[in-house]
Write a protein that binds this ligand. Structure first.
Ligand code: HEC
Length: 115
């Protein structure tokens, strides 16, 4: 019985799903540069209400010319492409963090939509 429990725990923690909590992923990978309070910092624009917002649209943040030139709004697809490869989405974008795992990107985007 103890063995079965140990195996079950090992399997659960090996699943990517164990890490697919958007809030936890955001806190671990994004929060050092991005607030959700509406106030940008020199490290990154605020991501409060970013879903549906204009690209490079947070007031008071000095965006790269690359991201400013991109235009459009932050749809799910744009957020997914940006988090996959920021400079691939907008050449000259000045964010070097990436999220390789599609499920992790989906979880983070889902979380951002609640903010
Ligand atoms: C080391 C700092 C840093 C980290 C970590 C970081 N970012 Fe960024 N992010 C930036 C910077 C700087 C910009 C502005 C880029 C530009 O001007 O080209 C940006 C821009 C963005 C934008 C565009 C916002 C807008 O107003 O148009 C989104 C969305 C975004 N980041 C999401 C994320 C997410 C989600 C994570 C975590 C997976 C993350 N970032 C991690 C620094 C960071």
């Amino acid at each position: 019985m103890r063995f079965i429990l140990a195996v079950a725990l090992a399997v659960t923690s090996a699943l990517p799903a164990a890490a697919q909590d958007g809030a936890a992923l955001f806190n671990a990978q994004c929060k050092s540069c991005h607030s959700l309070t509406g106030t940008s910092s020199p490290a990154g624009p605020s991501l409060k209400g970013v879903a549906g917002r204009k690209v490079a649209g947070a007031p008071g943040f000095a965006y790269s010319t690359g991201l400013k030139a991109k235009g459009g709004t932050w749809t799910d697809a744009n957020l997914d492409a940006f988090l996959t490869n920021p400079s691939g989405f907008a050449p000259g974008a000045r964010m070097f963090a990436r999220v390789a795992q599609p499920q992790a990107r989906a979880a983070i985007i889902g979380y951002l939509k609640t903010q």
